[in-house]
Design a protein around this ligand. Structure first.
Ligand code: SAM
Length: 285
Protein backbone atom coordinates (compact mmCIF):
# COMPACT_ATOMS: atom_id res chain seq x y z
CA UNK A 1 0.00 0.00 0.00
CA UNK A 2 1.27 3.47 -0.90
CA UNK A 3 2.37 5.89 1.84
CA UNK A 4 1.54 9.60 2.06
CA UNK A 5 3.28 12.91 1.53
CA UNK A 6 2.84 15.36 4.42
CA UNK A 7 3.54 19.05 3.71
CA UNK A 8 4.71 20.33 7.10
CA UNK A 9 5.02 23.99 8.14
CA UNK A 10 7.97 24.83 10.45
CA UNK A 11 8.88 27.98 12.48
CA UNK A 12 10.02 31.19 10.76
CA UNK A 13 12.32 32.16 13.63
CA UNK A 14 10.79 31.19 16.94
CA UNK A 15 11.14 27.47 17.59
CA UNK A 16 8.07 27.52 19.82
CA UNK A 17 5.94 28.16 16.72
CA UNK A 18 5.59 24.52 15.85
CA UNK A 19 2.28 22.71 16.08
CA UNK A 20 1.68 19.52 18.02
CA UNK A 21 0.61 17.93 14.76
CA UNK A 22 3.84 18.98 13.01
CA UNK A 23 5.90 17.39 15.80
CA UNK A 24 3.81 14.22 15.72
CA UNK A 25 4.13 14.00 11.94
CA UNK A 26 7.90 14.50 12.00
CA UNK A 27 8.16 11.82 14.69
CA UNK A 28 6.04 9.24 12.87
CA UNK A 29 6.92 9.53 9.17
CA UNK A 30 9.52 7.18 7.70
CA UNK A 31 11.69 9.97 6.31
CA UNK A 32 11.88 13.73 5.89
CA UNK A 33 12.56 15.51 2.60
CA UNK A 34 14.24 18.77 3.66
CA UNK A 35 15.33 21.83 1.67
CA UNK A 36 18.57 21.89 3.66
CA UNK A 37 19.20 18.92 5.95
CA UNK A 38 21.61 20.96 8.13
CA UNK A 39 18.91 23.54 8.90
CA UNK A 40 16.28 20.88 9.60
CA UNK A 41 18.75 18.95 11.80
CA UNK A 42 18.75 21.90 14.20
CA UNK A 43 14.96 21.78 14.42
CA UNK A 44 14.92 18.01 14.91
CA UNK A 45 17.68 18.15 17.53
CA UNK A 46 15.80 20.82 19.46
CA UNK A 47 12.78 18.52 19.68
CA UNK A 48 14.85 15.38 20.10
CA UNK A 49 13.55 13.81 16.90
CA UNK A 50 15.75 11.32 15.07
CA UNK A 51 14.66 10.60 11.54
CA UNK A 52 16.33 9.78 8.21
CA UNK A 53 16.50 12.83 5.98
CA UNK A 54 17.04 13.42 2.31
CA UNK A 55 17.62 16.77 0.63
CA UNK A 56 15.04 18.17 -1.77
CA UNK A 57 15.85 21.56 -3.27
CA UNK A 58 15.72 23.59 -6.48
CA UNK A 59 18.66 21.92 -8.22
CA UNK A 60 17.91 18.27 -7.46
CA UNK A 61 14.12 18.42 -7.50
CA UNK A 62 13.61 16.36 -10.67
CA UNK A 63 15.74 13.32 -9.85
CA UNK A 64 14.98 13.56 -6.11
CA UNK A 65 11.26 13.96 -6.76
CA UNK A 66 11.22 10.62 -8.59
CA UNK A 67 13.13 8.88 -5.81
CA UNK A 68 10.88 10.33 -3.09
CA UNK A 69 7.73 9.28 -5.00
CA UNK A 70 9.08 5.75 -5.49
CA UNK A 71 9.72 5.45 -1.76
CA UNK A 72 6.22 6.70 -0.96
CA UNK A 73 4.70 4.29 -3.50
CA UNK A 74 6.57 1.46 -1.81
CA UNK A 75 4.72 2.28 1.42
CA UNK A 76 6.85 4.89 3.22
CA UNK A 77 5.41 8.15 4.60
CA UNK A 78 7.36 11.32 3.86
CA UNK A 79 7.29 14.78 5.50
CA UNK A 80 8.29 17.65 3.23
CA UNK A 81 9.79 20.65 5.06
CA UNK A 82 11.64 23.78 3.98
CA UNK A 83 14.15 25.85 5.95
CA UNK A 84 11.38 27.99 7.41
CA UNK A 85 7.63 28.43 7.16
CA UNK A 86 5.42 26.69 4.67
CA UNK A 87 7.07 24.60 1.92
CA UNK A 88 6.09 25.74 -1.61
CA UNK A 89 5.75 29.40 -0.54
CA UNK A 90 8.88 30.85 -2.20
CA UNK A 91 10.38 27.47 -1.29
CA UNK A 92 10.74 24.05 -2.95
CA UNK A 93 7.84 21.61 -3.11
CA UNK A 94 5.55 22.59 -5.98
CA UNK A 95 6.91 19.97 -8.39
CA UNK A 96 6.85 17.23 -5.77
CA UNK A 97 3.19 17.93 -5.00
CA UNK A 98 2.39 17.84 -8.74
CA UNK A 99 4.29 14.57 -9.14
CA UNK A 100 2.34 13.08 -6.23
CA UNK A 101 -0.95 14.17 -7.80
CA UNK A 102 0.01 12.59 -11.11
CA UNK A 103 0.89 9.35 -9.34
CA UNK A 104 -2.28 9.51 -7.22
CA UNK A 105 -0.23 9.63 -4.03
CA UNK A 106 -2.24 10.86 -1.03
CA UNK A 107 -1.10 14.32 0.19
CA UNK A 108 -1.86 15.92 3.54
CA UNK A 109 -1.01 19.39 4.81
CA UNK A 110 0.16 20.17 8.34
CA UNK A 111 -0.13 23.99 8.32
CA UNK A 112 2.35 26.19 10.12
CA UNK A 113 3.79 29.73 10.23
CA UNK A 114 4.21 31.82 7.11
CA UNK A 115 6.09 35.14 6.89
CA UNK A 116 3.74 36.73 4.32
CA UNK A 117 0.54 36.22 6.29
CA UNK A 118 2.21 37.09 9.60
CA UNK A 119 3.50 40.39 8.12
CA UNK A 120 0.12 41.22 6.57
CA UNK A 121 -1.61 40.69 9.92
CA UNK A 122 0.86 43.03 11.65
CA UNK A 123 0.97 45.69 8.94
CA UNK A 124 -2.18 47.68 9.63
CA UNK A 125 -2.76 47.69 5.86
CA UNK A 126 -6.00 46.37 4.38
CA UNK A 127 -6.07 42.56 4.66
CA UNK A 128 -9.45 42.01 3.00
CA UNK A 129 -8.01 41.26 -0.42
CA UNK A 130 -4.32 40.71 -1.06
CA UNK A 131 -1.87 39.22 -3.52
CA UNK A 132 1.36 37.40 -2.67
CA UNK A 133 4.15 38.45 -5.06
CA UNK A 134 7.12 36.71 -3.41
CA UNK A 135 10.59 37.85 -4.53
CA UNK A 136 11.02 40.16 -7.51
CA UNK A 137 13.27 38.69 -10.18
CA UNK A 138 16.99 39.58 -10.24
CA UNK A 139 16.67 39.88 -14.00
CA UNK A 140 15.94 43.55 -14.77
CA UNK A 141 13.52 42.88 -17.63
CA UNK A 142 11.47 40.33 -15.67
CA UNK A 143 11.48 42.61 -12.67
CA UNK A 144 10.17 45.57 -14.65
CA UNK A 145 7.52 43.41 -16.33
CA UNK A 146 6.40 42.11 -12.94
CA UNK A 147 6.14 45.63 -11.50
CA UNK A 148 4.33 46.93 -14.60
CA UNK A 149 1.65 44.29 -14.09
CA UNK A 150 1.18 45.57 -10.54
CA UNK A 151 1.01 49.32 -11.22
CA UNK A 152 -2.78 49.34 -11.11
CA UNK A 153 -3.22 46.43 -8.72
CA UNK A 154 -5.95 47.35 -6.24
CA UNK A 155 -5.29 44.60 -3.74
CA UNK A 156 -2.69 44.81 -0.98
CA UNK A 157 0.61 43.36 -2.26
CA UNK A 158 3.04 41.23 -0.26
CA UNK A 159 6.71 40.96 -1.24
CA UNK A 160 9.65 39.02 0.19
CA UNK A 161 13.07 40.64 0.05
CA UNK A 162 16.60 39.94 1.17
CA UNK A 163 18.46 42.67 3.10
CA UNK A 164 21.00 43.41 0.37
CA UNK A 165 18.31 44.00 -2.28
CA UNK A 166 15.87 45.89 -0.05
CA UNK A 167 17.03 49.37 -1.05
CA UNK A 168 16.91 48.80 -4.81
CA UNK A 169 13.48 47.20 -4.46
CA UNK A 170 12.21 50.20 -2.51
CA UNK A 171 13.52 52.48 -5.27
CA UNK A 172 11.68 50.41 -7.88
CA UNK A 173 8.52 50.60 -5.77
CA UNK A 174 8.85 54.39 -5.64
CA UNK A 175 9.06 54.53 -9.43
CA UNK A 176 6.15 52.20 -10.08
CA UNK A 177 3.81 52.80 -7.15
CA UNK A 178 4.57 56.41 -6.15
CA UNK A 179 5.12 57.46 -2.57
CA UNK A 180 2.63 55.09 -0.89
CA UNK A 181 2.63 54.36 2.84
CA UNK A 182 4.02 50.86 3.19
CA UNK A 183 4.78 48.48 6.05
CA UNK A 184 8.14 46.76 6.36
CA UNK A 185 8.14 43.74 8.68
CA UNK A 186 11.52 42.53 9.86
CA UNK A 187 12.69 39.47 11.81
CA UNK A 188 9.15 38.25 12.51
CA UNK A 189 8.74 36.07 15.61
CA UNK A 190 12.41 36.68 16.55
CA UNK A 191 13.84 38.81 19.37
CA UNK A 192 14.24 41.87 17.14
CA UNK A 193 10.85 41.64 15.44
CA UNK A 194 9.68 45.05 14.21
CA UNK A 195 7.23 46.60 11.79
CA UNK A 196 7.88 50.04 10.35
CA UNK A 197 5.15 51.93 8.54
CA UNK A 198 6.36 54.83 6.43
CA UNK A 199 6.24 56.42 3.00
CA UNK A 200 8.39 54.65 0.40
CA UNK A 201 10.63 57.74 0.13
CA UNK A 202 11.21 57.66 3.91
CA UNK A 203 12.02 53.95 3.75
CA UNK A 204 14.59 54.68 1.02
CA UNK A 205 16.27 57.21 3.35
CA UNK A 206 16.01 54.91 6.35
CA UNK A 207 17.65 51.92 4.64
CA UNK A 208 20.14 53.92 2.55
CA UNK A 209 23.04 52.68 4.71
CA UNK A 210 22.07 49.03 4.52
CA UNK A 211 19.70 46.59 6.17
CA UNK A 212 20.00 43.44 8.25
CA UNK A 213 17.59 40.57 8.82
CA UNK A 214 14.68 39.07 6.93
CA UNK A 215 12.05 41.33 5.42
CA UNK A 216 8.49 41.27 4.17
CA UNK A 217 7.17 44.42 2.48
CA UNK A 218 3.44 45.17 2.44
CA UNK A 219 2.32 47.67 -0.19
CA UNK A 220 -1.25 48.98 -0.26
CA UNK A 221 -3.07 48.63 -3.58
CA UNK A 222 -3.69 51.53 -5.96
CA UNK A 223 -6.69 53.72 -5.23
CA UNK A 224 -9.67 53.51 -7.60
CA UNK A 225 -9.68 57.23 -8.38
CA UNK A 226 -8.61 58.13 -11.95
CA UNK A 227 -6.48 60.97 -10.58
CA UNK A 228 -3.85 59.04 -8.73
CA UNK A 229 -3.28 60.89 -5.44
CA UNK A 230 0.11 59.23 -5.06
CA UNK A 231 1.62 61.49 -7.71
CA UNK A 232 2.09 65.17 -8.46
CA UNK A 233 3.52 66.52 -11.72
CA UNK A 234 6.79 67.17 -9.84
CA UNK A 235 6.91 63.51 -8.84
CA UNK A 236 6.19 62.47 -12.43
CA UNK A 237 9.11 64.60 -13.68
CA UNK A 238 11.34 63.21 -10.95
CA UNK A 239 10.49 59.65 -12.00
CA UNK A 240 11.24 60.51 -15.65
CA UNK A 241 14.57 62.09 -14.73
CA UNK A 242 15.50 58.98 -12.78
CA UNK A 243 14.74 56.84 -15.82
CA UNK A 244 16.88 59.15 -17.91
CA UNK A 245 19.68 58.92 -15.36
CA UNK A 246 19.41 55.12 -15.66
CA UNK A 247 20.11 55.43 -19.41
CA UNK A 248 16.68 55.84 -21.07
CA UNK A 249 16.32 58.42 -23.87
CA UNK A 250 14.35 61.47 -22.68
CA UNK A 251 11.14 60.76 -24.68
CA UNK A 252 11.09 57.14 -23.45
CA UNK A 253 11.76 58.30 -19.88
CA UNK A 254 8.83 60.75 -20.15
CA UNK A 255 6.59 58.07 -21.64
CA UNK A 256 7.39 55.61 -18.86
CA UNK A 257 6.79 58.21 -16.17
CA UNK A 258 3.52 59.14 -17.87
CA UNK A 259 2.40 55.52 -17.82
CA UNK A 260 3.11 55.23 -14.11
CA UNK A 261 1.66 58.57 -13.00
CA UNK A 262 -1.08 59.30 -15.52
CA UNK A 263 0.37 62.74 -16.38
CA UNK A 264 0.69 63.69 -20.02
CA UNK A 265 4.02 62.58 -21.49
CA UNK A 266 4.55 65.83 -23.46
CA UNK A 267 3.97 67.84 -20.29
CA UNK A 268 6.52 65.74 -18.42
CA UNK A 269 8.98 66.00 -21.33
CA UNK A 270 8.61 69.80 -21.48
CA UNK A 271 9.25 70.27 -17.76
CA UNK A 272 12.21 67.87 -17.86
CA UNK A 273 13.79 69.83 -20.69
CA UNK A 274 13.15 73.18 -18.98
CA UNK A 275 14.65 71.99 -15.70
CA UNK A 276 17.72 70.66 -17.46
CA UNK A 277 18.23 73.90 -19.41
CA UNK A 278 18.09 75.81 -16.14
CA UNK A 279 20.48 73.29 -14.66
CA UNK A 280 17.98 72.26 -11.98
CA UNK A 281 18.76 68.85 -10.61
CA UNK A 282 16.17 66.23 -9.75
CA UNK A 283 16.12 64.90 -6.22
CA UNK A 284 18.06 61.67 -6.42
CA UNK A 285 16.41 58.65 -4.86
N1 SAM B 1 8.44 29.49 3.11
C1 SAM B 1 8.62 30.71 3.85
C2 SAM B 1 7.27 31.19 4.38
O1 SAM B 1 6.35 30.39 4.45
O2 SAM B 1 7.17 32.36 4.74
C3 SAM B 1 9.33 31.74 3.01
C4 SAM B 1 10.69 31.30 2.55
S1 SAM B 1 11.51 32.47 1.57
C5 SAM B 1 12.82 31.53 0.91
C6 SAM B 1 12.41 33.42 2.70
C7 SAM B 1 11.88 34.86 2.77
O3 SAM B 1 10.72 34.91 3.59
C8 SAM B 1 12.84 35.83 3.44
O4 SAM B 1 13.79 36.34 2.51
C9 SAM B 1 11.91 36.91 3.94
O5 SAM B 1 11.52 37.76 2.88
C10 SAM B 1 10.71 36.08 4.37
N2 SAM B 1 10.85 35.67 5.77
C11 SAM B 1 11.07 34.42 6.23
N3 SAM B 1 11.14 34.43 7.58
C12 SAM B 1 10.97 35.72 7.96
C13 SAM B 1 10.94 36.39 9.23
N4 SAM B 1 11.12 35.74 10.37
N5 SAM B 1 10.72 37.73 9.23
C14 SAM B 1 10.55 38.41 8.08
N6 SAM B 1 10.57 37.81 6.88
C15 SAM B 1 10.78 36.51 6.81
Amino acid sequence: MSGKLYIVGTPIGNLEDITLRALKTLQTVDFIAAEDTRVTSKLLNHFNIKKPMTSYFEHNKHEKGNIICQKIQSGENCALVSDAGMPLISDPGEELVKQCYNLKIDIKVVPGPNAAISALCLSGISSGRFTFEGFLSKNKKNRVNHLKLLENEHRTMIFYESPHKLLSTLKDFYNFFGDRQIAIARELTKIHEEVKTMAISEAIDFYSNGAKGEFVIIVPGATTSTENPNYSIDKAVEIALNYEKDGEAKPIAAKKASKITGFNKSEIYKIMSKQQTKGTKSTPI
